[in-house]
Design a protein around this ligand. Sequence first.
Ligand code: ACO
Length: 338
Amino acid sequence: MTPRSVILGCGSYLPDRVVSNEELAQRVDTTHDWIVERTGITQRHIAEDGQYTSDLAIAAAERAVEHAGIEVDDIDLVILATTTPDQTFPSTATKVQAALGMSNGAAFDIQAVCSGFLYGISTADAFIKSGQAKTVLLIGAETFSRILDWEDRTTCVLFGDGAGAVVMQASANGAAHGANEDAEPGQAGHNQERGVLSTHLHSDGKLNDLLYVDGGPSSTQTVGHVRMVGREVFRHAVTNLAAVVDEALEANGLERDDISWVVPHQANKRILDSTARKLGLPAERVITTVDRHANTSAASVPLALDAAVKDGRIKRGDLLLLEAMGGGLTWGSALVRW
Ligand code: ACO
């Protein structure tokens, strides 16, 4: 029987330093009202000098491990989604592995920009289903502030730093809700089992130029800064995200009304609202943290998930629809029975 990937617990971490829109308006030609009206963002957390992506990731990971009620030694794979690794190599995941005191298992980074956590959940699910891993620590962590051009008002107001993590484990009997354990996607019973029901990934490399960093080890030997054609990204986001939500529902024989909570990538409140409208989903069922966190790239979905789990909105048995789009362009969705 193919095991089911159950999310046992989650955790997150935000740097202490909060930067308001007003503070940004002292650095670039912008206003609090413009940022709120166009994006819904009121503040973002920014890492201190010397605080690295691995530091944020380790803090989130420790909280997720504690929430999951497992021992560090149970973990046999660490996957870390990030666009802002501590170094070009080694992977930031190996730094987390060392800090947690793990000496067994494997660790690697995933790069899919803001879709990184969705690519990570899909990869973790595949490792678990194939039997290559039993317990996966999946982290999304970013210090996006380090790749922003702080003189470019069209991008620097949009992003923040943070980290979120989940522990996923193989469960032979994910049928916590009286479901048919052997059911495949689309079959009766499959939908009711606890864990990841399905994941759906996409990319279109022809759209590299809409959202990218103008540097890199092989090209400029610099880190580079974020560049974006905001309007075009916005347009693709609404279309692609609505399509990948429907793709996930169709694959599982579910309807939009079956979704308890949408846990989306937090790029812009207007993208969240437009996507929800296109899907006919009430805004109250969309977990929103972009107002306080801004866009934390690969960290935004697990940060939003953790917020809604810890404040009690997400309950055991709820059906979660996770979705994200980012540079590449890349996009994806995952349906999870919590
Ligand atoms: N403050 C004040 N004015 C600004 C600012 C600012 N911070 N930024 C841009 N403007 C100005 C522009 O210069 C322009 O002025 P002009 O009309 O005189 O030329 C005007 O505001 C309108 O600019 P637009 O870019 O057309 O504004 P828009 O309504 O499209 O909003 C935004 C811009 C917020 C970037 C929007 O396009 C957006 O959110 N796009 C999606 C971005 C996104 O999701 N990115 C992340 C993807 S995930 C990842 O992988 C990183």
